[in-house]
Design a protein around this ligand. Structure first.
Ligand code: ADP
Ligand code: MG
Length: 724
């Protein structure tokens, strides 16, 4: 019988492309069809109830009980019309995925019959057992119970016959157990701080919201090949595999024509996503073979994040129908590009103005500069927190590992805006702006269409791209709420300080615009260090960043320290985004996930090496030994089988190296497991256990090159990356 690799390849080559049907040729006909959005609310609710719920959603007010009752009834009627039989609170626990527990609408009645019901209480609140979700110790000392509560700002939707209600997830004692609660808190702090600053320019602004557009990168691999790689299906990445002779060096995949099987998957996935109101707009091939990207049009940030979480789920479900596996891991294959999730972020007022969009008039530009420079200053002050917010065991393969982007947080502005800030910084502006009449001449002209919009610096972790900032360091499998909570929080904090600083000057008698400009100038000076326009991957940058005093923390356990500094604790407490307890809990959960993932990888390496790799190598070696014996028996001299002897020796050398190192790795693992302090344990896993991965892999990959192809049991990179 052929080995599992060849069985898998046979399956792949006989795949047929499933037919993909779209409900209509016009996307607008079915966009949002499975979402209980405002249009459907209007249709299913009385006009008073509709006005009430819209008011609550827009102003973030609590929804009265009787209104919840009416909304629940309307939701049920609509969802049942879509074929739904069950409902679930849909939430984002700290495992990083989404969670749901389905309940039927169906309820037996006293007279032996049954009805379908969905009460306002069931809509508003549920009590899933919190004890099986990570809580970072919160549930140990307090109640095990937790509850989910309806987030009306994100509309309910129907997926696979279940009505899903986006909710927050908190412990019974009120601590956040999810990603959404801190995000919503940070957004509310940001709203207030940004509106206050807007009032220097425009008193009519009542609300500022962040918007977000998430570009999602991913790999596709055939299910049969995926299943033949235990490392892929247990850890999400290949732990072994010699690089394919052809990979991405010809740069012929990026924006290339999309293979038909993949195209069918994309259409199918997009159709589902669009029906769920996810405004997917863009699809293309990415740099690495079998790597792709999709991106929606940006939305209000809370919704954008819910949609991205939902999208990852849909991608996985739909891929199954096409016999594909979606790899969202940050680094599924060593030696070629990994995947990220660019977070495009801006601030938009209730009047529809993008505060990060340079304006037509100097006055508008002053407002732009205020928000632009405060964002830069915020990142400068809290680069460590931003770094911590994107830290994970998977992302360590990208950040600081010679790949996009580096672990050093810096900001790319593009030459035009960089010049504008330099001009303000170095000009004799301070004298000029004292006289209000010449103030406007003191603000350099900012072109409306920035040429750097196209001149992209792909090596920067945080780049300004025309009218938005783009955080590119987020991992492809991450929940964007984590970095976006931090970004919105630090910008909010900075805007608050800005207001205090400006008001102080105004109180001292400066004219408002002069005061604004003076503080902007001061901030530009103070945050200079974080601005970098060059190549973020270069060694020179590492050196220069060190001279500038910028942190370059390459691994997660140390990056996470930023969550517990005095500065962070103060910021969290002041804004209420994380209590001290919550910050500690998150820190612990992240460290726990970090070392456990390494533990799993180490185990998989051990098992595969002993049960799969070494046996295959020995089988080949034995064959060579037989061959040598035969040649010797018929009287040939050693020179005729010198090559065989050489290979036998090499195979033996690799096997010995691998076996010895796996044994040592296991004993390091045992030592690490015995370490009480979780940070020390995580560091030990990172520095001791993980350090064996690369050398073991090197020798396994050498064996892959030596051993007869017919005997090699694991699908090779060329097959994983190119066979479709
Ligand atoms: P790329 O960065 O690949 O060139 P685009 O510039 O088209 O792609 O945008 C990438 C993402 O940024 C998309 O999701 C887009 O909707 C989003 N985006 C565009 N403008 C804004 C904005 N003002 N705020 C937030 N996201 C935005
Ligand atoms: Mg982009």
């Amino acid at each position: 019988m052929p080995n599992i690799r060849f069985q898998a390849l046979r399956v792949v080559l006989s795949r047929e492309i499933p037919e993909v049907k779209t409900p209509s040729n016009k996307i607008s006909d079915y966009f949002g069809a499975n979402v209980f959005d405002k249009h459907k609310m209007k249709e299913y609710l009385s006009s008073e109830a509709y006005a009430g719920i819209v008011n609550s959603i827009d102003n973030g007010e609590t929804i009265p009980r009787d209104l919840a009752e009416q909304v629940a009834a309307a939701m049920r009627a609509w969802a049942m019309g879509k074929g739904a039989t069950h409902y679930t609170h849909w939430f984002q626990p700290l495992t990083g995925t989404t969670a749901e527990k389905h309940d039927a609408f169906f309820e037996p009645t006293a007279d032996g019959g049954a009805i379908e019901r969905f009460s306002g209480d069931a809509l508003a609140q549920q009590e899933p057992d919190a004890s099986s979700f990570p809580s970072g110790g919160i549930r140990n000392t307090f109640e095990a119970r937790g509850y989910t509560a309806w987030d009306p700002s994100s509309p309910a939707f129907v997926i696979a016959r279940t009505l899903c209600i986006p909710t927050v997830f908190v412990s019974y004692t009120g601590e956040a157990l999810d990603y959404k609660v801190p995000l919503l808190k940070a957004l509310s702090v940001l709203d207030k701080a940004a509106v206050d600053v807007c009032h220097y320019f425009d008193k009519s602004i009542e609300k500022v919201n962040a918007s977000l557009g998430i570009e999602q990168e991913y790999f596709l691999v055939d299910t049969a090949l995926f299943n033949a790689r235990p490392d892929l299906f247990l850890t999400g990445r290949t732990l072994f595999g010699h690089i394919s002779a052809k990979n991405q060096q010809l740069e012929d995949h990026y924006f290339g024509s999309i293979p038909s099987r993949v195209y069918a998957f994309m259409q199918d996935m997009e159709t589902e996503a669009l029906q769920l109101g996810i405004p997917l707009k863009t699809r293309h091939n990415e740099v690495a073979p079998s790597q792709f990207e999709c991106a929606p049009i940006y939305e209000e940030i809370n919704l954008a994040i819910d949609h991205n979480q939902l999208l990852m789920d849909i991608m996985d479900r739909v891929a199954g129908r096409h016999n594909f596996k979606v790899l969202l891991h940050e680094k599924p294959y060593a030696g070629i590009n990994g995947s990220g999730k660019h977070n495009n972020w801006s601030l938009i007022t209730n009047t529809g103005k993008n505060l990060l969009s340079p304006g037509k008039t100097p006055k508008n530009n002053l407002q732009f500069l205020a928000f632009f420079v405060n964002t830069i200053k915020a990142v400068h002050e809290h680069a460590d927190l931003l770094r911590a917010s994107i830290a994970s065991v998977n992302n360590d393969h990208r950040l600081g590992a010679n790949e996009a982007p580096p672990a050093i947080i810096s900001i790319f502005l593009g030459s035009q805006l960089n010049d504008v800030l330099d001009e303000i910084d170095t000009s004799r502006l301070s004298k000029k702006i004292k006289d209000e009449n010449s103030l406007w001449q003191g603000i350099p002209k900012i072109p409306q269409i920035l040429k750097d919009n196209t001149d992209r610096n792909r090596t920067s972790p945080f780049a300004f791209t025309g009218n938005k900032f783009e955080l590119r360091a987020v991992g492809s499998s991450a929940n964007s709420a984590s970095p976006m909570t931090i970004l919105n929080l630090i910008v909010a904090d900075q805007l608050k300080k800005f207001k205090v600083d400006v008001d102080k000057l105004i109180k001292k008698g400066e004219k408002k615009d002069v005061a604004l400009m003076m503080i902007i100038k001061k901030y530009i000076k103070e945050s200079r260090n974080i601005r970098f326009e060059g190549n973020g991957y270069s060694e020179e940058w590492e050196k220069e960043a060190a001279v500038r005093g910028l942190a370059n923390i390459k691994t997660t356990p140390k990056a996470l320290d930023a969550l517990l500094t005095e500065k962070a604790t103060e910021l969290f407490a002041e804004t209420g985004v994380f209590s001290r307890r919550e910050a500690h809990a998150r820190h612990e959960i992240l460290l726990d996930a970090f070392y456990k993932k390494l533990q799993i990888e180490a185990r998989v390496i051990g098992e595969l090496v002993m049960n799969v790799i070494i046996p295959a190598a020995i089988a080949y070696q034995s064959r060579l030994v037989e061959n040598v014996k035969g040649l010797k028996a018929i009287g040939l001299d050693e020179s005729t089988y010198a090559a065989q002897l050489d290979i036998i020796n090499k195979v033996a050398g690799h096997i010995n190296f691998i076996k010895t190192n796996v044994d040592e790795m296991v004993s390091e693992r045992k030592k690490a497991n015995a370490i009480e302090d979780i940070r020390d344990r995580a560091i030990s896993y990172d520095e001791k256990v993980k350090s064996y991965f690369a050398p073991i892999r090197y020798h396994v990959d050498k064996l892959e090159q030596l051993v007869d192809d017919a005997l090699w049991p694991l699908p090779k990179f060329r097959e994983l990356l190119f066979t479709k």
